[in-house]
Design a protein around this ligand. Structure first.
Ligand code: ATP
Ligand code: MG
Length: 378
């Protein structure tokens, strides 16, 4: 708006030409002077200056928007954009249909809580035929920690969608639609993102998963400032990918202990598991998302997966359309299942806390090679 040209605003030609002659080309140039200064610069009377500036201000002023207009825009955008249903009824209802297209959705929680299980289910849902309620598309799964297990994917598929997966060749076809990328460094990851941008349009990709974003960024950068810079660049790029392709983008985030910088414990760091085991109270009581506040602002939906008194919960902690809600869940052979579709409304500090109480580490890490390493070392 501020860069609009004065001579294209419909001012009388005589005054517009004087502005141009005095090198006042844009609205910003004109508005950065007082009326008195303009009278001197342009050598014209007060009345002419006042009327010209009133006209310039009117042209550059953003149009007035009513709440109704904003609501209508939102409904229009959401209808165009759509959602990927998670088939967890309570969560889908709260999210008005599921994981929204075109924005970032984050899953954050301690090791072994079920983030990858959730991602596996979403991958299947995006690749299912449309006749079965899927998006009938391909999935790009960026598996930073090499935790993706095809066997588990098929197990979830067979148990969740037996009518599809028992058809001959269907399991292979579904699994064949999920492309796994395993970048080993941030630079490799950035390269993958550029390639993905092209594939998103050409390959009918309907879902992008990054599991886990925290392991990628924190694994490479020890220093806070460099880390924030690296993260900032990648987040902007991933956000632009989501907006440009209008697909759901799901990213996982880890947790760390909040008790002082030196004693930071990232849940995915192998040697830290012994510290966690020795100091369960420290680890359990002060958990925060590993990627900090800038990251938290960048995501539109934040789902916190946590455990309280041995019970797992999915908390819808950040959403532009829902109050904070918590749903108890369990993990079965068919993946993540809600135990109750009526979310418990949260008020107060519990919205922002992340708990890991009462689930034993051994059950949390059954699939993790890190755990094997750790038990050998301890
Ligand atoms: P990390 O941060 O270490 O990657 P995560 O949150 O991604 O952890 P997942 O790998 O998603 O954790 O979840 C692992 C948990 O899933 C196991 O601890 C186990 O409780 C559960 N799980 C895995 N497979 C099955 C299964 N076949 N049946 C029931 N539960 C299972
Ligand atoms: Mg995982």
């Amino acid at each position: 708006m501020a860069n609009k040209l004065i001579n294209q605003m419909g001012l009388p030609k005589s005054i517009a030409n004087i502005f141009t002659a005095r090198n006042i080309i844009t609205a910003k140039d004109a508005l950065s002077h007082t009326e008195f200064e303009l009278m001197e610069l342009l050598d014209v009377g007060k009345e002419e200056v006042t009327s010209a500036m009133a006209h310039v201000s009117e042209v550059v002023c953003p149009p007035c928007q009513t709440a109704l207009l904003l609501l209508e825009q939102r409904v229009r955008n959401e209808t165009l954009a759509g959602h990927l249903p998670t088939r967890l009824k309570g969560l889908d209802d709260a999210l008005c249909g599921g994981i929204p297209f075109g924005v970032l959705t984050e899953l954050v929680g301690p090791a072994g809580i079920g983030k990858t299980q959730f991602c596996l289910k979403l991958s299947l849902l995006a690749s299912l035929p449309a006749s079965c309620g899927g998006l009938d598309g391909r999935v790009i799964y960026i598996d930073i920690e090499s935790k993706f297990r095809s066997k588990r994917l098929i197990e979830i598929g067979i148990n969740s969608f037996p009518e599809i997966f028992h058809k001959k060749g269907m399991a292979q076809e579904m699994a064949g639609r999920i492309l796994i990328l395993r970048p080993t460094s941030l630079s490799e990851f950035a390269e993958s993102l550029y390639q993905i941008k092209v594939s998103l349009l050409q390959q009918q990709v309907k879902l992008l998963i990054i599991d886990s974003m925290a392991a990628l960024v924190l694994g490479e950068h020890e220093c806070g400032t460099t880390r924030q810079q690296a993260l900032g660049w990648h987040v902007s790029f991933i956000k632009s990918l989501a907006e440009f392709s209008r697909i759901p983008v799901v990213l996982t985030n880890q947790v760390r202990s909040q008790s002082g910088d030196e004693s930071r414990i990232y849940s995915f760091q192998a040697q830290s598991r012994s510290i966690i085991k020795d100091n369960p109270a420290t680890y359990d009581s002060h958990l925060v998302a590993a990627l900090g506040i800038n990251w938290a602002h960048a995501v539109t939906i934040r789902l916190v997966l946590e455990a309280r008194s041995g019970q797992r919960f999915i908390k819808l902690a950040k959403s532009p359309i829902s109050p904070p809600l918590a749903f108890p869940f369990k993990i079965t052979s068919s993946g993540v299942i809600l135990l109750d579709d009526d979310g418990i409304e949260m008020k107060g500090p519990e919205i922002n806390t992340i708990q890991c109480q009462g689930l034993s580490l051994s059950s949390l890490a059954v699939n993790s090679t890190e755990y094997v390493l750790c038990t050998k070392n301890t």
